[in-house]
Design a protein around this ligand. Structure first.
Ligand SMILES: CC(C)(COP(=O)(O)OP(=O)(O)OC[C@H]1O[C@@H](n2cnc3c(N)ncnc32)[C@H](O)[C@@H]1O)[C@@H](O)C(=O)NCCC(=O)NCCS
Ligand SMILES: Nc1ncnc2c1ncn2[C@@H]1O[C@H](COP(=O)(O)OP(=O)(O)OP(=O)(O)O)[C@@H](O)[C@H]1O
Length: 276
């Protein structure tokens, strides 16, 4: 089974691409890191408790306010849900304190998300899917790219297009909140470069500055026909499914190859830094 890592930057079009890939003719299962990141911090979970105990004392509005529709102990009796915009204001931005808080939140949420992802991948394999999409905004940052057979980066070249789409989709965000969110993520051009450096078929970039039709066409021609159909023909998927040891060997081989790619990438970046 081919693991497709789908990434980009905020509001560059990952969800739009994942909804294309989950519909006909592709019909791939999507494992959405943002959704899992919500699930693992629901009231009553270990993640929720860790967030409340770390951020609670310094964030008065950390939980959704009680009211006629929100009982004091939350709808499930396990506590009121997190007030996500308030937590977002604590962790999105550039200052050292905000970075520290973001690292803390990541250290609570990411391990739980990885566990849920591994389970979902295993389920997709058992069901016999030919490929599965891991929709992960922080794919490279969280090292999940190493498990992927191919990485698809959805980027937007013009920062204004990205900001306009973000503000149109999330009108509740102030201009400053939106800027902070964009700045909290690595530059999408660097992600595109990393994808390309993986080598042909192992990394693809689609630029989504045009309209949705253009995006759809790139997904079909560049990604599906150019990569998936070549990298993972149907017979190969069936073979890996019918022979689990072959799937394990193939996964290990892929992981080892990606470690080498990562090593080359680090050396290249160090050489560039040394030149400055
Ligand atoms: C801070 C939180 C509560 C804000 O929630 P909110 O509903 O307002 O935003 P949402 O979760 O939909 O995220 C929107 C986008 O922000 C970006 N983003 C989210 N978390 C992070 C992060 N830790 N670092 C950088 N960018 C992030 C992603 O592009 C994401 O798609 C939430 O983003 C969160 O819990 N983040 C930590 C977990 C995480 O890293 N999630 C990303 C996938 S694992
Ligand atoms: N080519 C396009 N033309 C016009 N609007 C687009 C295009 N691609 C995406 N959008 C819109 O831009 C917004 C952001 O896209 P999307 O939600 O897919 O981004 P994302 O990368 O998944 O964002 P996030 O990281 O916040 O989850 C959405 O409202 C989407 O409908």
């Amino acid at each position: 089974m081919l693991l497709i890592g789908l990434t980009g930057s905020i509001a560059t079009g990952k969800s739009t691409v994942s909804s294309l890939l989950s519909s006909p003719p592709y019909n791939l299962p999507i494992i959405d890191a943002d959704l899992l990141a919500r699930k693992v911090v629901e009231p009553g979970t270990t993640g929720y408790n860790a967030i409340v105990s770390y951020f609670g004392p310094t964030t008065p509005d950390l939980l959704v306010a009680p009211g006629p529709d929100m009982p004091e102990n939350g709808p499930s009796g396990k506590g009121r849900p997190l007030n996500r915009p308030a937590l977002g204001r604590r962790v999105f931005g550039d200052s050292p304190e905000v970075r520290k808080d973001r690292a803390r939140l990541n250290s609570i949420v990411h391990p739980a998300v990885r566990k849920e992802m591994a389970l979902a991948v295993l389920k997709a394999y058992v069901k016999g899917y030919r490929a599965v999409v891991l929709d992960v905004p922080l794919l490279f940052e969280s090292q999940l790219d190493k498990y992927c057979g191919t990485v698809l980066v959805v980027g937007v070249k013009d920062p204004k297009v990205q900001m306009d789409r973000l503000r149109a989709r999330d009108p509740h965000l102030s201009a400053e909140d939106a800027e902070n969110r964009v700045r909290s993520q690595g530059d999408v051009r660097e992600k595109a470069e990393r994808a390309t450096d993986r080598g042909e078929g192992k990394g693809v970039v689609v630029w989504n500055d045009g309209d949705k039709k253009e995006l759809e066409q790139q997904v079909r021609e560049v990604f599906w026909k150019g990569v998936v159909e070549k990298q993972s023909p149907r017979w190969w998927g069936w073979w890996l499914w019918a022979c689990p040891p072959a799937a394990v060997v193939s996964a290990l081989w892929n992981y080892w190859g990606n470690l080498q790619v990562d090593k080359r990438w680090r050396e290249k970046k160090e050489a560039e830094r040394a030149k400055l």
